[in-house]
Design a binder for this molecule. Sequence first.
Ligand SMILES: Cc1cc2nc3c(=O)[nH]c(=O)nc-3n(C[C@H](O)[C@H](O)[C@H](O)COP(=O)(O)OP(=O)(O)OC[C@H]3O[C@@H](n4cnc5c(N)ncnc54)[C@H](O)[C@@H]3O)c2cc1C
Length: 471
Amino acid sequence: MSVEYTDGRQFAGELWMPGDPGYMESCFHRVYHSRLPARLPAAVLRAANTDDVVAGVHLARERGWIVGLRSGGHSFPVWGVREGGLLIDLANLNDMSFDRETGIVRVGPAIAGGRELNPYLEQFGMFFPGGGCSDVGLGGFLLQGGIGWNFRGWGFSAEQIVAIDVVTADGELVHADEKENSDLFWAARGAGPGYCGVITNFYLRTRPLPQGLSSTLQIFSADDYADVLDWLCAEQVNFDPLVHLVAISLVPQFPIPGHRDGELGFAIWAVAFCDSMEEADAALRPIIGGPFAEKAEHTVPPHPTTLEAEYAFVDSSHPPNRRYRVDSAWVEGSPKAITSASTRLVLERPRNEPGHTFFQFALPRQGPDMAMSLRTNVMVGAYIIYQDAADDDRYQDWLLSAMGELEPLTIGQYWGDSDQQVRRVKCLTDDAWKRLRRIRAERDPDGVFADYLAGSVPFDNTNEWQTEGSS
Ligand SMILES: Cc1cc2nc3c(=O)[nH]c(=O)nc-3n(C[C@H](O)[C@H](O)[C@H](O)COP(=O)(O)OP(=O)(O)OC[C@H]3O[C@@H](n4cnc5c(N)ncnc54)[C@H](O)[C@@H]3O)c2cc1C
């Protein structure tokens, strides 16, 4: 549908203003979860194509609106919806093309890594390590670094971006890579929800689809969590770098003999991304046969799996249209200290919901020079997933106090599992933050693009409990 706006601009897509039929629906269209903010934009543009994005940036400049963006609609604080701003919804920037010669795939930002990109790449025998949930949009995911399949061994998914197309604050479409517009390229790999442009295409390096894809799951009684977690924190650095490894506190969703219904368990979930099943089995053996193996209440031995099956496993514990409270911490400390500071998050978490506390492991490694620069070998994340708005405050208070116990060990936080309106935590190294602010000031001096969304004070990349005078 062609929409003519009062300024005489033509959009091939759709534009809604408050009062227009469909305006409210357009504000939260495709938002994955149901805890929506009270903020409302001055207008919503569902761009049909890149020209619309360019025109939208010009319109926002003329009107003095800040620009917020939506790619996949998964950000927990719904970052793209800004009071009085222009929300540009990139839903229709969703095409993909694969270059067989280079192994590089070009994707629009609204493409979902699991539901769309990997099924497309499969025909070429390739894959891309997007987020664990099949539906997460690549736009927001890649901008914040991206913790995808085998983050432990391969690092952030954004390391695989080789170039981008960006609409700048001047409303100009440019290409950026390590040589051309290298500042925009550097910033795109980690700036998270404060980038100074609209990325209309990502060019991503892909990997051959592993021939030895094997998965295993062990569930222990929560009483054994400290032994198991302590061992994993100490030993994970010695496991095969092709093993994706996560430990999870959760209420098992199926009956387990000897495990009381509705009670928390502590799971080790590992997926090997190897070249053959023999290699995969060998890679998983030290994990499944660890010192506490005999104590496991339930063991699914290593077995051939598919990406589809692993996505389904993750999706089952992240239902849509629920209220989510999430938080995270990159922690550093002895295995015993991490285990002990996580006790509340693991043992006292709410039980009547499908949420979980997870420990995402990573091998020590030096990634490329990019904005996402802060990480440790263990990330702790907590998701509370519920239905009733009456529980909002109770769960927020619980999460804040449980995450507070990790603060002495907390180096920072992951953009993807954060809400700086609730808890201000550092997401980038100090050097990267300074460089990013410089790039933003040069590229977007008028502040066309929405800056980080924080609480009563602007986000300044500090840990609030370490900031002088903070409460
Ligand atoms: C169920 C669920 C599972 C998740 N699992 C994972 C996971 O496994 N790994 C992980 O790392 N994260 C995960 N996340 C977090 C998720 O990656 C982030 O919320 C991310 O921001 C989602 O990207 P999006 O494009 O869907 O979000 P959106 O809400 O559409 O975008 C978020 C923000 O990113 C910026 N942005 C998005 N697109 C562009 C663009 N094209 N140009 C410039 N800026 C842009 C904007 O600031 C935008 O407001 C999960 C989230 C959910 C809800």
